[in-house]
Design a protein around this ligand. Structure first.
Ligand code: FDA
Length: 401
């Protein structure tokens, strides 16, 4: 039977990082994944360029039942620490927008850096291996630092180790190999879970709204999408099923069924004033033409149709212009759902952080059992935050496992 110090379950961002760090400490490490290649989500991320971190990492940009939990790991292994690794590997990068850092070339460079670092540190990588149960092992011995505490059944036979790091990610994109395995391991050891749901996901609408949204499919518009006090100033995109685009993906993490979201398309402009000026400048133009200077033309036509205004600007009173402005600044929409795990970038919820040590990611009641990355109830904003959580939490576990 194979005996090691650390078994890492999942060769994604968090698992590879935890494996590298533990192996660099001289621990005998194996990272196991059922996929045929490691780091598949890294490879497809950021449109193939991997948005690997964000310059503006801050705890309030992560959702969790305990918003303070992520702080320790994020402070101990920061975005600057990860950038240093990327620089050391000679990978070129650039800031795209809002502090989001992308590879100049291919995301595969990041996967190669990680698998290379793991191999150089002496860690093993088993791919295409099916995982079975993780069970406590009473006094099996043979480990460099005390006895093996766990047995992990795999399609390559059972493996014993004193530490197990669960890094099997969330439920998003089952087609790419996502499973609920990590949650089941947590449950088997009596750890509480926070309810999971798809996040960073396009929102869908009922037929009534789709009637006017579908003709707009493909139209992108800049603005603010908000839910309660939370709002994001980024692009949104009409789709055949509803709304997508960065601002909508961001708000999907906060939205719940039965609640509305609000679009503000003013982009900080004083719309009542802008419409009055447009009326003075060109009183003979149609409202849709005047609006087309403020929002995409197809949307301008829709606004005109909804409000039933088919007059020249010169004929519109201030009250009517104010109605137009308030529609564009406080447009309440009622999503009926989301596209679900099929397209969600991440999974909200997961292993309850109350059950974990924030410094090491170790389960408080199960010494030697660690949870890192997306399987934990920590979910970042869109824009490199989720990878930074994977690096930081993986690093923290790698120092202790
Ligand atoms: P991850 O999902 O990466 O890895 C889990 C691993 O466990 C996988 O290799 C999987 O095969 C394996 N596994 C699962 N179940 C198993 C089982 N039963 N047996 C064996 N192995 C099993 N984030 C970001 O910060 N910037 C970005 O640009 C993007 N872009 C992006 C694009 C798309 C399309 C998606 C879906 C997601 C993103 N993300 C992102 C989110 C980011 O990919 C995600 O947060 C991290 O990959 C999470 O890292 P983990 O290592 O926790 O899980």
């Amino acid at each position: 039977m194979e005996r090691l110090d650390v078994i890492v379950l999942g060769a994604g961002a968090a698992g590879l990082f935890a494996g590298i760090e533990a192996a660099r400490r001289g621990r005998r490490v194996v990272v196991i994944d059922h996929a045929r290649v490691a780091g598949e989500k890294i490879r497809i991320s950021g449109g193939g360029r991997c948005n690997f971190t964000n310059l503006q990492i801050a705890p309030e940009r992560f959702l969790s039942n305990n918003t303070r939990f992520a702080l320790s790991a994020l402070k101990r292994f920061t975005q600057w620490d990860f950038i240093a690794r990327i620089d050391a590997a000679g990978i070129g990068w650039h800031e795209k927008t809002l502090g989001q850092l992308f590879c100049d070339g291919s995301a595969k460079q990041v996967v190669d850096m990680l698998t290379g670092d793991l191999a150089r540190a002496g860690g093993a990588l088993w791919l295409g291996v099916t995982l079975g149960d993780v069970t406590p092992e009473a006094g099996a011995g043979g480990d460099t630092e005390g006895s093996a505490r766990f047995r992990v059944d795999t399609s390559r036979g059972p493996v014993l180790a004193s530490s197990v790091v669960v890094a099997t990610g969330g439920k998003s994109i089952p087609k790419m190999g996502a499973t609920s395995y990590g949650y089941r391991v947590a449950e088997a050891f009596g750890l509480p879970l926070v309810e999971t749901r798809p996040a960073l996901v396009p929102l869908t609408f009922a037929e009534q709204e789709l009637g006017w949204m579908q003709p707009l499919a493909g139209v992108a518009v800049e603005g603010r999408v908000s839910h309660g006090r939370t709002g994001f100033d980024e692009a949104m995109l009409f789709t055949h099923r509803g709304l997508s685009g960065p601002a909508v993906l961001q708000i999907s993490s906060y939205w719940r069924e039965g609640e509305a979201i609000t679009l503000d398309l003013s982009r900080g402009r004083n719309l009542p004033e802008a419409l009055r000026q447009a009326r003075t400048a060109a009183p003979k133009t149609a409202l849709r033409t005047a609006l087309a200077g403020l929002v995409p033309e197809k949307l301008a036509r829709h606004v005109e149709a909804v409000l039933g205004i088919e007059a020249q600007m010169g004929a519109l009173s201030n009250t009517v212009l104010d109605r137009v402005a308030s529609m564009l600044t406080g447009w309440r929409l009622m999503p009926v759902g989301s596209e679900g795990y099929r397209t969600a970038e991440v999974t909200l919820g997961g292993v309850d952080t109350d059950a974990l040590d924030a410094r090491t990611m170790e389960a408080r009641r199960v010494p030697g059992l660690y949870f890192v990355g997306e399987v934990v109830d920590v979910t970042g904003w869109l824009g490199g935050y989720n990878f930074q959580w994977a690096w930081s939490s993986g690093w923290a576990a790698g120092q202790a496992a």
